[in-house]
Unconditional design. Structure first.
Length: 347
């Protein structure tokens, strides 16, 4: 499983060769190269498990050396040592296998991390000494004559050609792995980008919906503030009426006081009532004036609130339009990110 580190990079220690190399393409190249160069080869993962089929393996190896458990185990140990040395020196390593053939191991790397190895060779640089191979045949338990006949059919090559073949396989395999790794990083990055933009886009859509709600609420608030202003105007009208009534009542009280004075002692009680009526009308008038002053202040405050509300409404409408535009742009970027991800995953 491909892992991402906290900094966004890929965890190369978790990579497998199949994650970054097209095994089918590698197999085709490996087969053609082995046939052209008369050199056997196979690609294994970092654990030594083959990921390709063997190419141009000799009868000497397949039909004899690997035919017994002793021979097969010796080959496994020999290949392991060769692969470990190649991984250590970070370049192709040429060696003589336990059976006497010339082999090589070419590490496949991502950066400094080993993800696989190309094992090749199964050739000789000189004619075989029969006694040496008869001895090996007895040790691994195969027919001497058949073993000697098989080794005589092994291709002869030069050390220079073997080194060149190992170098070519090393260069091509590592070019494929590096290109595959960059493609994998591009795919992961584009997927991460697409996911992030999708999340941002969803958030922006929520913000856009919220801004519309805020705008609607602001409209409602403005309407309510206007209603308050209208009500305060109605209150002023009523206060004007109260003031007018108070003035009329005061006048009536004054007339009543005059009439009470004319009536003398008989109108004295009526005069007291007239005085109270004038006093009450005066208090009503003063109270109405105070309320009128307060409602005027309320109107002034409401006017300022309306002005602020209109400015806020204009701002929220601009923010809503900006959010919708950003959302639209994010959708375009998300689409481009999806296309990039699709391109990165194409084979």
């Amino acid at each position: 499983m491909i892992k991402k580190l906290l900094n966004g990079d890929l965890d190369v220690t978790a990579l497998e060769i199949k994650d970054v190399v097209d095994i089918k393409l590698l197999q085709t190249f490996q087969d053609n190269f082995a046939t052209a160069m008369a050199i056997a080869s196979v690609t294994v993962d970092k654990d030594g498990t083959p990921v390709t089929k063997s190419s141009s393996y000799t009868s000497f190896c397949m039909d004899f050396t690997h035919s017994t458990k002793v021979g097969d185990d010796r080959c496994a140990v020999s290949h392991k040592k060769g692969g470990e040395e190649a991984a250590r020196i970070r370049k192709p390593y040429i060696y003589t296998c336990h059976a006497g053939l010339i082999d090589f191991a070419a590490p496949i790397l991502v950066g400094d991390y080993l993800i696989g190895t190309i094992l090749g060779g199964q050739v000789l640089t000189s004619h075989p000494e029969e006694s040496k191979y008869r001895k090996t045949a007895n040790e691994i338990g195969v027919n001497e004559e058949g073993y000697v006949d098989a080794v005589k059919k092994v291709s002869l090559s030069t050390e220079k050609n073997i080194a060149a073949a190992a170098e070519v396989l090393y260069i091509v395999a590592n070019s494929l792995s590096q290109a595959g790794y960059e493609k994998l990083k591009l795919s992961v990055m584009s997927q991460t980008l697409a996911d992030n933009f999708s999340q941002i886009s969803a958030t922006m859509e929520e913000l856009s919906a919220s801004s519309i709600t805020v705008t609607n609420n602001q409209h409602n608030l403005s309407d309510e503030i206007v209603n308050v202003k209208n009500i305060s105007i109605e209150i002023n009208t009523i206060l004007d009426s109260i003031k007018s009534i108070a003035d009329q009542t005061k006048m009536l009280g004054l007339n009543a006081a005059i009439e009470a004075a004319r009536a003398g002692d008989a109108g004295r009680g009526f005069g007291v009532v007239a005085t109270e009526i004038r006093s009450l009308s005066q208090n009503s008038k003063e109270t109405a004036v105070k309320i009128l002053a307060l409602t005027k202040k309320i109107q002034e405050s409401v006017d300022k609130t309306i002005e602020t509300s209109h400015a806020t409404l204009e701002t929220t409408e601009q923010q809503s339009a900006a959010i919708q535009e950003v959302t639209s742009n994010l959708m375009e970027v998300t689409t481009l990110s999806d296309e990039l991800n699709s391109m990165a995953n194409q084979k």
